[in-house]
Write a protein that binds this ligand. Structure first.
Ligand code: F6R
Length: 600
């Protein structure tokens, strides 16, 4: 949430900052700004809206070899030019961009801002005004920056300019992600390597509470005590084509289409030389020694966790609970004797999940993170990591990460089962191969799904998804996809649950999307469909080959019963995509949302 960039070097910084912000727009897009510094001081440009709006307001004539930029997802104060970053101190000496939330912002405001006429509603402005106050008391910029950081509670990734020194960007982070990128005659700062892949693939990770002085030919990392820290750079394993849309109109559609490839890649990455699926023995041992597994996740990743529970319990026979991360910390269940925590997170940065990770580590428990982002916070702070290998997911609505998470959980379940001497009557490598082919078939059926979307979703204000057993979990994901990008009020329900209250909402024509991919519940879910049809609902049954009936709207290919979520979700992703498209919604950047939710 919120994206930060910075550049200091020998070229004009404006275009590099703007291009970087375009790559970070998925992190927030309600306003944006850049500040550049040259011998004439700092020049700030900001706009409400998208980077494209900002681009138009940037004055071409101002050339500067250093600058910082920001794209915002509002926390303190509504989206507006006034609240857009960068923010400046009253003296305009200091200019800052910030990602994160300062939790003690109110008390800092009371203590330090008595005589300061604040220009915005943001927590960020307080930081830059404090730096200015301490500098006015005689501290150097570095000392004032360090003193301010020592007083902040909460999360921050910060980049600061001093208009009396156009050779340094001051950088610091705590809980919010931030990287420094290295070049020959320049150095850069970015929330995500993607932003600066345009100029470098060499990055240095920063740890919490570190301060970095970034100059064009030197990067100095130090801790809050001022001790110098050396750290080797890593090469970002990203291909520029991974982060481009290519010929696709939207990232979401590209990412839906990438799913067969992702499933095949995951199988290949988790196979040993003999073709056997394999997982780090320490992870398998940790599961085998655990009394119970606790899966912690949010949103789509939580929905993948629900499917993962079924896989691990049914295949590996290990009990699993799944919890929403933002609830777990406040309402912790009675834990089993030897709990093992599995954090599922596409970004590896979700603050709600991280808060739980910090808490359970303090309690002395072990954690495994399943994530798409190597080196992400949740990965670094857990004992073990399993990567999704899905490639960057840029559309705000998660698609390929969901299927990748389920595929990795299936592999984890299979390898654990085998380590426990459980005989399985299926070959997961072969079954996942069939899943990849089935997804290809579904991705080739876009025209039919677009037609179904038009028929059921083009005018409705609400929609229900029903299913039983694992289809219920997929229905939850289908509803989330639909509501987040098309703004249709959509809810997922267990098929038998509607009649306990919600069926009151069914009116003439209300679309009810029913999943029927499980033989054991096929008849009962069809019974639930009859109940809603009797009350006027417009039913759209999505069934699986072998279980289909004449009344069905769409039939997905048959795959192994435990793996149906990997393919039944595809028509739901496409239905949501087309519903958003038909309603002229911004598919990749839905309102009020951002990818990588780094605030609690
Ligand atoms: C929905 C979506 C969100 C994320 C959630 C967790 O399409 O993307 O619900 O799944 O914010 O994010 P991660 O997986 O990065 O922890």
């Amino acid at each position: 949430m919120c994206g930060i960039v910075g550049y200091i070097g020998t070229n004009d910084s404006k275009e590099i900052l703007l291009k970087g912000l375009e790559k970070l727009e998925y992190r927030g897009y309600d306003s944006a700004g850049i500040a550049v510094v040259n011998e004439n001081g700092v020049h700030v440009f900001k706009e409400k809206g998208r980077i494209a709006d900002l681009r138009e307001s940037v004055v071409a004539g101002v050339n500067a070899n250093a600058g910082i930029g920001h794209t915002r997802w509002a926390t303190h104060g509504p989206p507006s030019k006034r609240n857009a970053h960068p923010h400046q101190s009253a003296s305009t000496r200091y200019t800052i961009v910030h990602n994160g939330v300062i939790e003690n912002f109110d008390s800092l405001k009371r203590e330090f801002m008595g005589n300061v006429d604040l220009q915005s509603d943001t927590d960020t402005e307080v930081i830059v005004q404090m730096i200015n106050l301490f500098a006015n008391e005689g501290l150097s910029t570095l000392e004032a920056f360090r003193k301010t950081l020592g007083l902040l509670k909460g999360s921050y990734a910060l980049a600061l300019l001093d208009n009396e020194d156009n050779e340094t960007i001051y950088v610091a982070k705590n809980k919010s992600p931030l990287l420094v990128g290295l070049g020959d005659t320049f150095n850069v700062v970015a929330s995500d390597a993607m932003a600066m892949l345009q100029v470098t693939d060499q990055f240095v990770e920063l740890m919490d509470k570190e301060i970095v002085l970034v100059k064009k030919d030197e990067v100095t990392i130090q801790n809050l005590k001022g001790e110098i820290i050396s750290r080797a750079p890593f090469k970002a394993e990203l291909d520029a084509s991974d982060i481009e849309k290519g010929t696709y109109p939207h990232y979401m559609l590209k990412e839906i289409d990438e799913q067969p490839l992702v499933i095949r890649k995951i199988v290949q990455k988790y196979q040993d030389e003999t073709g056997k699926l394999t997982i780090d023995g320490d992870i398998v041992n940790a599961i085998n020694q655990a009394g119970r597994i606790y899966i912690i996740a949010a949103g789509t990743s939580y929905h993948a966790g629900l499917v993962g529970k079924q896989l691990i319990e049914k295949v590996a026979k290990v009990p699993v609970e799944v919890h929403i991360s933002s609830e777990f910390g406040y309402n912790m269940p009675l834990l089993s004797e030897k709990p093992l925590f599995i954090f599922i997170s596409q970004s590896g940065e979700t603050a709600d999940s991280r808060a739980v990770l910090v808490e359970i580590k303090e309690m002395g428990y072990q954690a495994l993170t399943i994530t798409n982002v190597q080196g992400s916070t949740l990965s670094r702070e857990a004992d073990y990591t399993l990567l999704l290998h899905a490639g960057p997911e840029i559309a705000v609505a998660s698609t390929k990460a969901y299927t990748a998470q389920i595929a990795v959980l299936a592999i984890l379940a299979e390898v654990t089962a085998k380590s426990r001497g459980i005989n399985l009557d299926f070959d997961l490598v072969k079954e996942l191969g069939l899943v990849a082919t089935a997804i290809e078939t579904l991705c080739d059926s876009k025209e039919i799904i677009e037609q179904i979307s038009r028929e059921f979703l083009s005018v409705t204000r609400n929609c229900f998804f029903i299913g039983r057993a694992v289809d219920y979990y997929v229905g939850l994901e289908g509803a989330l996809k639909l509501k987040e990008i098309s703004y249709i009020q959509a809810e997922g329900f267990a098929g038998g649950e509607l009649k306990h209250g919600t069926i009151a909402l069914i009116e003439e024509g209300t679309p009810v999307i029913a999943l029927a991919t499980q033989e054991s519940v096929n008849l009962s879910i069809r019974g639930n469909v009859k109940e809603v049809v009797a009350r006027g609902a417009n039913p759209c049954i999505i069934s699986m080959k072998g279980l289909e009936s004449d009344e069905d709207s769409f039939v997905i290919p048959e795959v192994h019963g435990l793996l149906t979520p990997l393919i039944s979700v595809i028509p739901l992703q496409l239905l949501a995509y087309y519903a958003a498209l038909h309603r002229d919604c911004d598919v990749d950047k839905p309102r009020n949302l951002a990818k990588s939710v780094t605030v609690e």
